[in-house]
Design a binder for this molecule. Structure first.
Ligand code: C2O
Length: 535
């Protein structure tokens, strides 16, 4: 094991896309930011120096940060932000994980431009459990806005309006030639006939779940969220914000130029999707004058594809990489996902959009929850988050305005160390057309079941997959449906649980678990590092 160091300078830079130049927040002036390469077992030290006028914090999405929430990154959850002119070293070990993860700003909407890939290579002598690729490539799917992200946050949070949609999707920061002035902002990947490529695909978009495909080529899915899967081939894949998917692809077609494309899955039909991002899968020696062909991606509202795609995802569950699914559950949680309107005297129309779990819309604290927990600062949060919704109702039936009355608060759930938890996330029909990608910090979980309609505690658990369910850190809860996840609470700390659609997070679709210390000396939260930012 070795120590890998990185310097991240947070700086504002002018970047032009879609015929306009505008200042954006970047890491080291790069958009997307640098890829972190590390080997399983290494120690990472990333010094983040903030030269921008915004407060900053960086999250290492999917890294478990065992006992070490101090470096997890979400602002006001595990740390106070790094203020302008200050630095903070994120110092942590990368143990027990290998694959593709990513990093992003975890404050306001700054992750719109502050994000990059994390590639964890397996330890020497432990090859991939699939054919060794000839080469690999990181594919970061994202979004581009003409508007300043600050304005968008305010539209959502203070004006009570839904913020604008992005102006384009992007592949490695580039929208591709279907957009004006974007010929030169097109990502191209050169391939050689007969070779095999590993694509590390990351959805870093703020608000859109995406379909992705490459014209004329099939992809073999081999890993999701840095966990190996049973391989399967597909023409298109579905990837929610926060998720990663590794695929193998063979350049085995007539040498030419083929479009890769990404476009949203949103459960309503968009007749002409003018935000499709494209990039080029380009065979060596083919001139740029050859017009590429577009892949056949599912319709924007093809929920049948989504359902069948997600069903194919299964943990590899080999002797080397077993799926240790908790078979017995100590604690059953059931959280409803609600979107609605709350009164807001300062907002246009006197109301604002709000989002809730069990009818509670989360209010961000003013000091970091992990600090409050560790130093026992009173009055920052309560641990009375209800295990069940206040009153059961027909979640996916006719909307009842009574179910729109959300309360607000910084309410968390306390979890006993090493207990096994099952959490059922139930979508409701309150103003929603999108799947909600839920991300849990500090853990991977097993997705043991999912379905459309109301979760039925009498019937649905019998249908769970407890053998090889997908293990991941972010899962889409289907529109008008539910998803059940299980994990063992063996990582003490305060861990954020939130929808990875930034607009919903901003409206309060989040809470956190306080996982208590265990009895052993190696089962407690580590002391905070020197230089932890102060609020
Ligand atoms: Cu990728 Cu809390 O986020």
């Amino acid at each position: 094991a070795s120590i890998k160091t990185y310097q991240f300078d947070i700086q504002v830079k002018n970047v032009s896309r879609l015929c306009h130049a505008k200042p954006i927040v970047t890491v080291n002036g790069r958009f997307p930011g640098p890829t972190i390469y590390v080997m399983e077992g290494d120690r990472l030290q990333i010094n983040v120096t903030n030269y921008a006028q915004y407060n900053m914090s960086i999250h290492w999405h999917g890294l478990k940060q065992y006992r070490n929430g101090w470096v997890d990154g979400p602002a006001y959850i595990t740390q106070c932000p790094i203020q302008t002119g200050n630095s903070y070293v994120y110092d942590f070990n990368v143990t027990g994980q290998r694959g593709t993860l990513w990093w992003h700003a975890h404050i306001l909407w700054l992750r719109a431009t502050v994000y990059g890939a994390i590639v964890i290579m397996p330890q020497q002598g432990t090859p991939f459990p699939f054919p060794q690729p000839d080469r690999e490539e990181v594919i970061l799917l994202g979004e581009w806005w003409h508007a300043n992200v600050e304005t968008l946050v305010n539209q959502g949070n203070h004006l009570g309006l839904p913020p604008n949609k992005s102006d384009a999707h992007t592949i490695n920061g580039k929208p591709g030639p279907l957009f004006p002035c974007s010929e030169k902002h097109t990502f191209a990947m050169e391939v050689e006939q007969g070779k095999t490529y590993l694509l590390r695909i990351i959805n870093s978009a703020l608000n859109d779940e995406l379909f992705f495909g490459i014209a004329g080529h099939r992809m073999t899915v081999v890993e999701i969220d840095a966990v190996y899967t049973k391989p399967f081939t597909t023409e298109a894949l579905l990837i929610a914000p926060g998720q990663t998917t590794n695929v193998l692809i063979r350049a085995n077609q007539i040498p030419g130029r083929y479009f890769m494309a990404a476009r949203p899955f949103i459960d309503v039909q968009i007749p002409i999707d003018n935000r499709t991002a494209t990039a080029i899968f380009q065979y060596k020696g083919i001139p740029n004058t050859v017009l590429p062909t577009l892949p056949h991606l599912p319709e924007s509202n093809d929920s049948a594809f989504a359902l069948s795609y997600n069903k194919k995802l299964r943990s590899l569950n080999s002797p080397r990489f077993p799926a240790n699914v908790p078979l017995q559950v100590d604690r059953n949680l059931f959280y409803t996902i609600g979107l609605g309107r709350n009164s807001c005297p300062a907002c246009i129309n006197g109301t604002r959009l709000t989002a809730s779990l069990n009818n509670i819309s989360f209010i961000m604290p003013e000091i970091a929850l992990l600090q409050a927990h560790y130093f026992d600062v009173k009055g920052v949060y309560k641990t009375d988050f209800p295990d069940q919704p206040p009153k059961p109702f027909n979640y996916t039936g006719a909307p009842l305005t009574a179910n729109l009355k959300t309360s607000i608060g910084t309410r968390l759930s306390k979890v006993t160390f090493n207990s096994t938890v099952e959490l059922v996330l139930q979508d409701t029909n309150l103003l929603t057309v999108e799947s909600h990608p839920f991300h849990l910090h500090g853990y991977n979980f097993f997705v043991v079941g999912t379905g459309i309609g109301n979760y039925d505690p009498a019937k649905d658990p019998a249908k769970y997959n407890l053998i090889d369910p997908p293990e991941r850190n972010t899962v889409g809860v289907p529109t008008g449906g539910w998803t059940a996840i299980r994990f063992r609470a063996d990582n003490p700390g305060v861990w954020f649980l939130h929808c990875h659609l930034e607009v919903h997070t901003g409206w309060g679709l989040k809470t956190a678990f306080v996982v208590e210390d265990g009895p052993g000396p190696d089962q407690t939260i580590l002391p905070p590092p020197k230089g932890l930012p102060k609020c």
